[in-house]
Ligand binder design. Structure first.
Ligand code: IYR
Length: 229
């Protein structure tokens, strides 16, 4: 018997009314159009400071929240940071870890792998971009009465929701960077999140800077990534 308010205690089924069955030609056209649009998405590191409508971010978070998750426990939490002084502190925390990473922690092989991306310890975008979305995974859900419920497949669930979020932001006309300062625990303290929440990704969101440059990198082919048996 689930105690979570969004899950019914007993199995209770309702008719599926939201599914749309398209004719095959339309399916083909839709799949092509979606691929063409998603393929335009590029991770960027040069952001404009131009503000972004908050309601767009809210809609994209609702999209992320519509992702499937282990036992439908929805073990994610998003902290949206627009406050300049908080962004400054996040930048300081991230750059401290990044300097350590680039100067000491990262083995040569890892630095070689990053070379085509042109990344370094300077994270000015954390102050420039209008929104930073810190994405947390919840090992457990704490209910209002203080009782605790274990969550399942947390990394998988958070990753799926993050994919939904990145796609929604792109679809809305925004660019993102999936930033992963490591370790990221400084975010718990700065953003006042409990210890049972693990930060997974710091998503940087905004418009590209004018004349934004991106690395000239490609994607694997279908044959590289999939087989049909
Ligand atoms: N977190 C560092 C390093 C980094 C690691 C990987 I794997 C990347 O794909 C990109 C960067 C940074 O943000 O610079």
């Amino acid at each position: 018997m689930s105690k979570l308010p969004f899950n019914q205690g007993q199995p209770q089924f309702i008719p599926l009314t939201s599914f749309i069955r398209y004719p095959e030609a339309e399916m083909l056209a839709r799949s092509q159009a979606f691929y063409a649009d998603i393929k335009r998405r590029k991770t960027i590191r040069e952001f404009s400071a131009q503000p972004v409508p908050r309601q767009v971010i809210e809609n994209c978070l609702l999209t992320a929240g519509a992702a499937p998750s282990g036992a439908n426990h929805q073990p994610w939490y998003f902290v949206v940071v627009a406050d300049p002084s908080l962004k400054k502190q996040i930048r300081a925390g991230a750059e401290a870890e990044e300097r350590e990473f680039y100067q000491h922690r990262a083995p040569r092989e890892w630095k070689d792998a990053l070379a085509p991306l042109g990344t370094d310890a300077d994270k000015a975008f954390l102050e420039i971009a209008p929104y930073l979305i810190a994405i947390f995974g919840q090992k457990k859900t704490v209910l209002d009465d203080g009782s605790e419920i274990k969550n399942y497949y947390v990394p998988e669930s958070v990753s799926i929701a993050t994919g939904f979020l990145i796609s929604a932001l792109h679809h809305s006309g925004l660019a993102t960077l999936t930033h992963t300062p490591s370790p990221m625990n400084f975010l718990n303290q700065l953003l006042d999140r409990p210890q049972h929440e693990k930060p997974y990704i710091l998503l940087v969101v905004g418009y590209p800077a004018e004349n934004c440059m991106v690395p000239n990198i490609g994607k694997k082919t279908l044959a590289d990534i999939a087989s049909f048996l």
